[in-house]
Design a protein around this ligand. Structure first.
Ligand code: GLU
Length: 473
């Protein structure tokens, strides 16, 4: 029987789910989904000074919005500290770890000496084999693990290949501090073991930690999970990703009008590839995903690509789903008039969406494009649209209004025929006639086809809007 694949996403609660963390979560999730396994969530909340309930909630909400589900309740690393301590003491009893009574002064002297000798600052192992009877009175010890004094630790990594660390370069690191708090190194190993994690997928900034963690796994004779360290995300200029580049929380992307499916698609492409495929659904991603497809080099964040993919996903999505997304976004951004307008014209907006979808790259643009449907008369005219309304075009609109008033068939095709005939008669190109109509009907220069707009608005609303601009501007 093969073991169920268990991955985990283990963020430190920093106040939001940043885009790099979201990508790590996505890889863990996709890999687990692909193999019928499960992703678990562990909040690495041991730094109590920085922890807050709100920061935890931000992570959970970010994951939910992205559609990345996890098994069971999120595990709090801090709540498991007794278990971490238990393992530290077990390792001492087994002779695989030891109590170190060095004071802070001693340690800094040790570091200074190493520096003078041109060596990396390392613990010199003075309590490793010392007689416990020498323990100074009243000093709380820390616990250090015995790292093998020779040989190597090899991290078998799915992206980096076999990465070898000389044991001589890993000093006996602390697993339990003198105040009884477990270190990150110990907590991660104990948690991964207890959570039955089979695969660790995380940023490659944790690669050296992996070697130390393997020392603990080995000491406990626990299976080492399979390791995958993913190269980090850089900005478009190759520098470390900063806010300017897009290192924001996923909630910022939601507010800019990106769809979760597009963000998933984009994040997957940032560091993973399947041939030349750029645009794909989440189902395809799950089908195609493999750790071998992860790139070895750092990836570069590119807003234009994200926007482009978002536009493609908007085109593919169902109108009813997009409508819900538009309403939610309007609500979230506090655009209550848009929210009310959308809800009051739900059916019309949904039926107009296939016309709007190819014209929008974000959900925000979709809302803007839909505004003409519920805009109140007289419509505000966008600055750059207003130049299409002048004495000549107004006179022309008045003539067209007269024709439209006696026209019974209010379907787009029939309306188009009417305007086309009018243009031919006047020797005007269709665009010359249609653009002022569009501006009067929508207040903008960009909208769905003008005849579709008229059909959608109906005869009386269309005529009133035309008259607002042509007869009594
Ligand atoms: N808490 C660590 C971080 O946010 C991740 C630790 C891990 O994945 O092992 O970078």
């Amino acid at each position: 029987m093969t073991n169920k694949i268990i991955t985990r996403f283990a963020p430190s609660p920093t106040g939001f789910l940043h885009i790099g963390g979201a990508r790590t979560a996505l890889f863990n999730w996709v890999f687990a989904k692909k193999h019928g396994g499960e992703m678990l969530l562990r909040i690495e909340d041991t730094d109590r000074a920085r922890y807050s309930e709100e920061a935890k909630r931000a992570i959970e909400e970010g994951l939910k919005w992205l559609g990345l589900d996890w098994g069971g309740e999120a595990v709090s690393q801090y709540q498991r500290r007794d278990r971490h301590r238990e393992i530290a003491h077990e390792l001492v009893e087994k002779g695989l770890a030891y109590k170190c009574y060095c004071s802070a002064e001693e340690l800094s002297e040790m570091r200074a000496r190493a520096r003078e000798a041109g060596l990396p600052p390392r613990y010199d192992g003075r309590w490793r084999d010392a007689d416990p009877a020498l323990a100074p009175e009243g000093v709380a010890p820390s616990i250090r693990i015995k790292v093998p004094t020779s040989g190597t630790i090899v991290v078998h990594d799915h992206v980096q290949g076999d990465v070898t660390f000389e044991c001589a370069n890993l000093d006996d690191f602390i697993i339990l501090r003198s105040d009884g708090s477990p270190t990150y190194m110990l907590a991660v190993v104990v948690d991964d073991h207890d959570m039955n994690v089979t695969h660790i997928i995380r940023g490659d900034d944790h690669l050296t930690n992996a070697a130390r963690q393997i020392v603990i796994f080995n000491a406990m004779q626990w299976d080492v999970p399979q390791m995958t360290h993913v190269p980090l995300i850089h900005g478009p200029d190759g520098a470390k990703l900063s806010k300017r580049h897009g290192a924001m929380g996923v909630d910022a992307y939601r507010k800019m009008g990106y769809l979760p499916a597009a963000v998933r698609n984009y994040l997957a492409r940032l560091g993973w590839s399947h041939g030349d495929d750029e645009f794909f659904s989440t189902e395809q991603m799950i089908e195609w995903f493999s750790l071998e497809g992860l790139n070895k080099g750092a990836s570069r964040f590119d807003f234009a690509k994200l926007e482009n993919l978002n536009g493609q996903h908007i085109r593919e999505e169902k109108p009813a789903y997009l409508f819900t997304t538009m309403v939610e976004l309007a609500e979230e951004l506090g655009n209550y008039s848009d929210k009310a307008g959308l809800l009051a014209h739900k059916e019309t907006v949904i039926s107009a969406l296939p016309e709007l979808q190819p014209r929008a790259k974000t959900v925000l643009e979709l809302i803007t494009l839909a505004q003409f449907i519920y805009a109140e008369r007289p419509l505000p005219i966008e600055e750059k649209a207003s130049k299409h309304l002048n004495e000549n075009t107004r006179a022309m609109l008045i003539e067209i209004i007269a024709l439209l008033e006696i026209h019974a068939n209010w379907e787009a095709a029939s309306l188009q025929q009417l305007v086309r005939d009018f243009g031919e008669q006047k020797e005007l190109k269709l665009g010359k006639v249609a653009q002022p109509m569009r501006v009067a009907l929508t207040g903008r220069t960009v909208s769905p086809g003008v005849f579709e707009v008229m059909e959608l608005l109906g005869k009386s609303e269309s005529l009133e809007r035309l008259k607002d601009q042509a007869v009594h501007p």
